[in-house]
Ligand binder design. Structure first.
Ligand SMILES: C[S@@+](CC[C@H](N)C(=O)[O-])C[C@H]1O[C@@H](n2cnc3c(N)ncnc32)[C@H](O)[C@@H]1O
Length: 318
């Protein structure tokens, strides 16, 4: 069972939307449909379009939405392609959800709850967890792209070291890359765990944390091109939002959160030099509603340890 993270806070930001903003939601990361179902339950007029790059997640959500009286649709898509996908199927979606006439693709609320769901991490055959043994796959969309095994068995040592560093691995990246090359071909998650056990010395390990944690994170980020997808979504979001629409992003590690924070801060900064006598011209996109990221309460962390590292940032358009 996947428990939606920071759900109360997300619902709060949705309920406080300006009356001007349409109650049309784009959920970029449907997962188990937890946030989506709670958002739909806030009011009968709410409509939701949901995306997920994992086909199983989309099928699961279609079943969950069956009882919502045609107020929600689920599409199999990478959110990096959101603008193009929505453009292609907008007429059908608008018909299905009874959206009537109105500005195209003007969402009042966009949610992205990044990373992976409990369904994905708990299925050993996805290869996302270092706890159970399974094929070294890690693709969130298993219908395309290279698996982690294909990637690690083909790149050279320097490229592997670089991808590990990009994904958050520290100075042990080169030792891990060397050990990967030495033990190739890697086939299973246990093979990659064995690499980490061998190449990260006891003295460099954080207490209570497997040395495989960050290595698995870095490889998963590369396999799924996660940073590029977030950057593409951040480029598209201002065009997809209606006036007074809100973008809410939940991230689970500092590298993702930095991308989100940087983009949102840039959107609220004026491009005009402060000294020009045109100060009254407002060329910002809107305002950041979360000066500091919103984090879960102690009670939420206790009930759902997966929420521990979650950080929510919300931006509102003018
Ligand atoms: C943390 S879960 C979302 C959970 C969901 N909010 C809920 O309450 O059940 C993240 C989901 O995002 C999906 N995902 C990750 N990156 C994606 C991308 N670039 N495009 C579309 N879906 C993505 C994953 O497949 C996963 O199902």
């Amino acid at each position: 069972m996947h428990i939606p993270v920071l759900a109360e806070q997300v619902i709060g930001f949705f309920n406080e939307l300006s009356p001007e903003a349409p109650r049309l939601i784009l959920d970029c990361t449907l997962g188990g449909g937890g946030h989506a179902i709670q958002l739909l339950a806030t009011a009968q007029q709410v409509r939701l379009v949901g995306l997920d790059r994992d086909r199983q997640a989309v099928e699961r959500c279609r079943e969950r939405f069956a009882g919502s009286g045609q107020r929600a649709a689920a599409l199999h898509a990478n959110f990096s392609d959101a603008a193009a996908v929505l453009e292609d199927c907008w007429d059908t979606l608008a018909g299905e959800l009874g959206l009537g006439a109105g500005p195209e693709r003007a969402f009042g609320f966009i949610l992205a709850d990044l990373g992976f769901s409990s369904f994905q991490i708990d299925s050993a055959d996805r290869g996302l967890s270092f706890q159970g043994n399974g094929p070294l796959d890690m693709r969130l969309d298993q219908s395309q792209g290279q698996t982690a095994a294909e990637l690690l068995n083909s790149l050279d040592e320097r490229e592997i070291s670089r991808l590990l560093r990009r994904g958050g691995v520290g100075s042990e990246a080169s030792a891990v890359a060397r050990e990967i090359v030495k033990r190739r071909p890697l086939r299973t998650t246990a093979d990659l765990v064995a690499v980490c056990e061998k190449s990260v010395p006891q003295a460099r390990r954080s207490p209570g944390r497997s040395p495989a944690t960050t290595v698995f994170q870095a490889v998963r980020i590369e396999v799924n091109q996660e940073f590029a997808a977030i950057e593409a979504l951040l480029r598209a979001a201002p065009e997809l939002l209606s006036p007074r629409g809100r973008l809410a992003v939940i991230s689970f590690h500092s590298l993702e959160d930095q991308l989100v924070a940087k983009a949102m801060r840039k959107w609220q900064r004026s491009e005009m030099p402060a000294k020009l006598p045109v100060k009254q011209v407002n060329d910002t996109l809107g305002k950041l509603l979360t000066a500091n990221a919103v984090t879960p309460t102690e009670e939420e962390i206790e009930a759902n340890p997966r929420s521990r590292s979650a950080r929510l940032r919300v931006f509102e358009m003018h």
